[in-house]
Design a binder for this molecule. Sequence first.
Ligand SMILES: Cc1cc2nc3c(=O)[nH]c(=O)nc-3n(C[C@H](O)[C@H](O)[C@H](O)COP(=O)(O)OP(=O)(O)OC[C@H]3O[C@@H](n4cnc5c(N)ncnc54)[C@H](O)[C@@H]3O)c2cc1C
Ligand code: FES
Length: 281
Amino acid sequence: MYKILNKETLAPDEKMYVLDAPDIAGKTLPGQFIIIRIDENGERIPLTIADYDRKKGTITIIVQEVGKSTIQLGNMKKGDSIFDVAGPLGVPTHIEKYGTVICVGGGVGIACIYPIASAMKQAGNKVICILGARTRELIFWEDKIKAVSDEVYITTDDGSYGRKGFVSGRLKELIDEKEKIDRVMVIGPVIMMKVVSEVTRPYKIKTIVSLNSIMVDGTGMCGSCRVEIGDEIKFACVDGPDFDAHQVNYDLLMNRQKVYAREEKEACNKCKQEGNVNACK
Ligand SMILES: Cc1cc2nc3c(=O)[nH]c(=O)nc-3n(C[C@H](O)[C@H](O)[C@H](O)COP(=O)(O)OP(=O)(O)OC[C@H]3O[C@@H](n4cnc5c(N)ncnc54)[C@H](O)[C@@H]3O)c2cc1C
Ligand code: FES
């Protein structure tokens, strides 16, 4: 059992949980994730470790409520316990001194990019972050990210905060303005990662994306997370989640993410019938 030590609402439908998990906090590196089961019958949901504190033995996750399990998690309170947490999983992000690194986080990906930006800064890189969301209230952790970055730029789709537009537009401007960008790290919705990778491709800037394919076991056994990278099939849970952005077959990934759409809708409907008013708004 993993106790929720703290819970905060960061944005509508986006909540932060600090979990008592000394066994995981002691081993976590940037870019890794956990798979949780809320209760004995819960489905397994992968979540990035957005922060960790080895001394306190805690890990922090930020969860966007999109379906049955994440909404169920959203109903849990400080002091409640999560039945099962497996991790840290996945290959940690490769961190070294590259020079100037741009870290791009979109939506809940803002949380996932934080430990990477922090580690890139500690490795001696100049770190520039671009954070994007649909609207102002969905931007969070701005100060925390500023504390580990040399420059931070915000974009919102509706222009309610920062620059109006997408992260990809700001990224292109920065690449054109700056002398040399050595690496771009991107985490967010698949469509955003696809668009950003097309921005950096003509400039031949090495770009790394963190893929959120559907995962079940997280150990390379079930095959549900398979992705096409160049002409190879890889399992995002054990070979990734980080991959070369210019090699990813994004269209296949987007199609595979919809594979269980009918079952996910049924699970939400069942939840509603059981009286959960929040289910799949
Ligand atoms: C490595 C990795 C890290 C992730 N990190 C985060 C994070 O830090 N914060 C966050 O909010 N979300 C994260 N996700 C996505 C999160 O796992 C899904 O949103 C969650 O599983 C949805 O479950 P649900 O029952 O609430 O929704 P459902 O209604 O079951 O699904 C909604 C959508 O979520 C995706 N999804 C569903 N089940 C899975 C699954 N088992 N694995 C992956 N995606 C699934 C599908 O695209 C689906 O259409 C991550 C996914 C991966 C693979
Ligand atoms: S989640 Fe089963 S092989 Fe990756």
